[in-house]
Design a protein around this ligand. Structure first.
Ligand code: ATP
Length: 354
C-alpha cells in the first residue's frame, strides 16, 4: 500500500517537529506494510514574505491529489498572525470543507501535569471546524474617524452543527458512551440555542449515548476538577479551540496534543499538532515532537492503518517512561531529536519482536 502524503512543515518549530516525526511515521507505516510517498511544500510565513501569499492559489487542488496532509505550524513574529492563519490553515480547512476537528487528550504514565487530577484522563474534543465565531464574516468601519468599530459575526448553521454532532455521537458510541455539548445558550440566545436543538435531534439517533449540555465556563472548571469523568466534548469552533489548550495541560502541555481536521466526505484529512510555531523556542532543538508524532498516528488511523497508529502511540508511551528524554516543556533537559530517537527505538524493538 502506498500513502501519498503532502507535508507542510511551515514556520518556527514546525519544520523541527516534522523532521523528527516523519522518519518515525515512515517506520510505523512500513511495519504495517505501507510506504509513504511524501511531497514537501514550502507554504508558510517565509513564502508569504517572498511572494505575498503563504500558499499558492491552487493549494487545495494540490492537496486533493494526496491521501492526507501533515502540517507543522504557521506563524512568525514579522507577519501579523491573522494573515498567515487565514491565508493558510483556516483557508485549507474551509476550501477542503474539513468539517470536524478532532483533538484527543490523554494523560501519559511518567509525564507530570500541573493539574493534580489529570492522571487517567482520556477525552476527545470534537470541534465544528468551518464556521461559528471563525466564519470570517464581519468588517471594520469609520477607520479614519477616531471612532472606528469592528463587527465580527458568528455563523451557526444547522448543516454544520449536525455533521459535527453526528461525528461526535458516533465517536462517543465507540468510546465510553458519554457526550457533553459545550454551549453558552444561556447568554448567546441565537446560535447556541440552535446548537441545543440540533444536538437534541441528532441524539435521538444514538440512544446508547448519554449526553448533557454543559456551559463552557462550567466545563472549564470541570476539566480541571474532574477531567477523568469526561469522554467526548462537542464544541463550536471557538470553544473547541480554547478548551483544547486547557485540555492539553492535562497531558503535560501544548507539546503533547495532536489534532485531525477531517471531512465526512472522502477529502484528504489534515493532521497537525495543536500548538503554534512557538517562536520563543524555535531553532533551539528543544520543541517537544510528541504532538506531531501523535498527529502522524492519527493520520495513519484515518488512512486505514490504525495498527500503525497504535504502534506509534505504544512506542511514545514506552519512551516517555524515561524522564531523561523529556523536553523542557515537560520539566526535562531532553531534545526534539532525543525524543524521536527514543520513540523510534521503541518502535524498532516492536519490529524485532514480531
Ligand atoms: P497559536 O495561536 O498558533 O496556537 P501561540 O503563539 O498561541 O500559537 P504557541 O506557538 O503554541 O502559541 O506557543 C505557546 C507556548 O507553548 C510557548 O511558550 C511555546 O514555547 C510553547 N510550545 C508550543 N509548542 C511547543 C512544543 N512543541 N514544545 C514545547 N513547547 C511548546
Amino acid at each position: 500500500m502506498q500513502l501519498r502524503l503532502a507535508c507542510i512543515p511551515g514556520d518556527g518549530v514546525g519544520p523541527e517537529v516534522i523532521a523528527a516525526a516523519l522518519p518515525v511515521i515512515r517506520d510505523a507505516a512500513a511495519l504495517h506494510g505501507a510506504q509513504l510517498d511524501v511531497l514537501e511544500v514550502d507554504w508558510g510565513g517565509e513564502r508569504h514574505l517572498r511572494t505575498g501569499a503563504p500558499m499558492p492559489a491552487d493549494a487545495a487542488d494540490i492537496v486533493r491529489q494526496h491521501d492526507a496532509v501533515l502540517f507543522g505550524a504557521v506563524g512568525r513574529p514579522d507577519v501579523p498572525d491573522h494573515e498567515l492563519v487565514w491565508g493558510l490553515i483556516i483557508a485549507l480547512r474551509q476550501q477542503l470543507d474539513l468539517a470536524v476537528n478532532l483533538r484527543p487528550v490523554r494523560s501519559w504514565d511518567g509525564v507530570p501535569s500541573v493539574v493534580t487530577s489529570a492522571p487517567g484522563t482520556d477525552l476527545l474534543i470534537v470541534r465544528e471546524n468551518t464556521e461559528g465565531e471563525y466564519s470570517g464574516a464581519g468588517g471594520r468601519a469609520h477607520r479614519a474617524s477616531g471612532a472606528e468599530l469592528a463587527v465580527e459575526v458568528a455563523i451557526h448553521s444547522r448543516h454544520a452543527i449536525e455533521r459535527a454532532a453526528r461525528y461526535a455521537f458516533d465517536q462517543a458510541s465507540r468510546r465510553r458512551g458519554r457526550l457533553a455539548l459545550v454551549t453558552k445558550s444561556n447568554a448567546m440566545r441565537h446560535g447556541y440555542t440552535l446548537w441545543d436543538e440540533v444536538v437534541a435531534d441528532v441524539a435521538e439517533d444514538f440512544p446508547a449515548v448519554e449526553w448533557q449540555p454543559v456551559l463552557v465556563d462550567a466545563m472549564a472548571a470541570r476539566m480541571v476538577q474532574r477531567p477523568t469523568e469526561l469522554d467526548v466534548l462537542l464544541c463550536s469552533n471557538l470553544f473547541g479551540d480554547i478548551l483544547a489548550d486547557l485540555a492539553a495541560v492535562l497531558a503535560g502541555g501544548l507539546g503533547m496534543a495532536p489534532s485531525a481536521n477531517v471531512s465526512p466526505q472522502a477529502t484528504p484529512g489534515l493532521f497537525e499538532p495543536i500548538h503554534g510555531s512557538a517562536p520563543d523556542i524555535a531553532g533551539q532543538g528543544i520543541a517537544n515532537p510528541v504532538a506531531c508524532l501523535l498527529s502522524g498516528a492519527m493520520m495513519l488511523d484515518h488512512s486505514g492503518l490504525p495498527a500503525a497508529g497504535d504502534s506509534i502511540r505504544d512506542a511514545i508511551a514506552t519512551a516517555l517512561l524515561d524522564p531523561s528524554i523529556h523536553t523542557p516543556d515537560l520539566g526535562g533537559t531532553g531534545t526534539t531529536e532525543g525524543v524521536a530517537t527514543a520513540v523510534r527505538a521503541a518502535l524498532n524493538r516492536e519490529r524485532n519482536t514480531r
